[in-house]
Design a protein around this ligand. Sequence first.
Ligand SMILES: Nc1ncnc2c1ncn2[C@@H]1O[C@H](COP(=O)(O)OP(=O)(O)OP(=O)(O)O)[C@@H](O)[C@H]1O
Ligand SMILES: [Mg+2]
Length: 506
Amino acid sequence: MEMKSTAAAAAAEGEGFTGWAGLWSAVASLLFLFSILKEFIPFQLQDYLAALAGRLHALLSPYATVTIDDQSSDYFSGNEAFLAVEAYLSHACARRARKLRADLGKDARALQVSVDDDQEVIDSFRGATLWWYPSKKTNRSNVFSFYPGEDERHFYKLVFHRRHRDLVLDDYLPHVLAEGRAVTVRNRQRRLFTNNPGADWAASEDGRVWSHVKLEHPSTFATLAMDPSRKQEILDDLDMFRDGKDYYAKVGKPWKRGYLLFGPPGTGKSTMIAAMANFLDYDVYDLELTAVKSNTELRRLFIETTGKSIIVIEDIDCSIDLTGKRKKKKKKVKVSDKKKMMMPPWARDEDEEKKVTLSGLLNFIDGLWSAHGGERIIIFTTNHKEKLDPALIRRGRMDMHIEMSYCCFEAFKVLAKNYLGVEEHGLFGEIRRLLGEVEMTPADVAENLMPRSKRKDVDACLVRLVKALHEAKEKAAAAAGNKEDDDSSTSSSEDYDSDEDGKEKQ
Ligand SMILES: Nc1ncnc2c1ncn2[C@@H]1O[C@H](COP(=O)(O)OP(=O)(O)OP(=O)(O)O)[C@@H](O)[C@H]1O
Ligand SMILES: [Mg+2]
């Protein structure tokens, strides 16, 4: 932002400057004359005269300006202030402007209305009147460009009376930024990011490390089947986190939170992540660790995540060997030496031993914790909590451990309501008893409850579930009988082993 005095405001409003009227009309005439003669004045002289006029205005004008530009010196924050002002104006004042621009902006959910260039927008804040002027400036350059518009700089000029300087700088601008950011978050289409393999970063045109699609998972906490008191605990925790900026600052903790979701396959871990993202209105970064070649790549991926996001590593025990070696081998991507030289350092796989290690992952999480850039949540899921290194899941890294378990009766009731629209039924008693005796995942219960035709036959669905529960019970009893026989004959044959993927035979 750049601040200076201007005469532009004088033309905008006559707030207490009647005495200056004559002087301003003289300045306005001069400006008019200058715009006519501009064509005939050499460039160098034009710049000099413009600077002189600027200084004259600064000296005489009772108004000050702040310019907010669409280019920022800070690489990572980009033009955040500019975008926040744009969002604020489109939300708070655009309807008062006479010329509007409507656009389906990048990642927006609906048509966005914004103020057109050179349109004055008047805002008021605690009794002060403020004028906004969206505008653009074309850089004069001798270089011919194939891309017209790339030399264009857009900016917003805020004009206010000098006596409101403190109010504007201390209160109004922070208010605009906060409101603008909130509007952007409300309007944006949430995204699901997945990491591109490192070898592709340099090869792709824009060097993107993450690709994204719209996040449109329908899961919510209302449709998530689990123990209601545990669900409420998680909701309270998320609520506390979302609104806890001041609290986290007060206790000196970074505004981040880690959740470990563990439990057998089909118990709703991935469903829970989608419900969390929908509840918080956050983006999701689905980090596929097996596609990451080195700790350096991992760091780069982390740097390119944004605030208000959930970073997810699914099946963490299958993605990384906790002794430091990785389990799953990605198909080797052959890169020629010449191509390698053209790659940025993080994308080169010069040292085969430089793999993602446990310590790299711990650094990743701790880096996440100490970095700026807004609130972030990290979630690990696993089917085997006991296989994880305690360092990885200690409190402070994974703050809350959430067990997703087999379907209990309360969880069944949520599914029955979602899938069949029933809250009571004669078979509920038997189902309650069977669910207490046999372990069935919510995924299996849901599958049995799913109507097989458009004519929703509630009785048939519930009878099918009861039958499936009886079958599961018999199977479990038979398996237990077999195990007893095995134990008595060969006590040494402990073959409860795990496959390459780490998923144990159940
Ligand atoms: N608790 C649940 N509430 C509602 N639906 C569920 C629940 N658990 C499972 N489901 C249903 O089962 C399907 C599979 O569940 P999900 O993918 O969330 O399981 P998971 O625990 O992530 O399994 P995995 O460990 O194999 O990744 C979901 O699409 C959903 O329809
Ligand atoms: Mg899953």
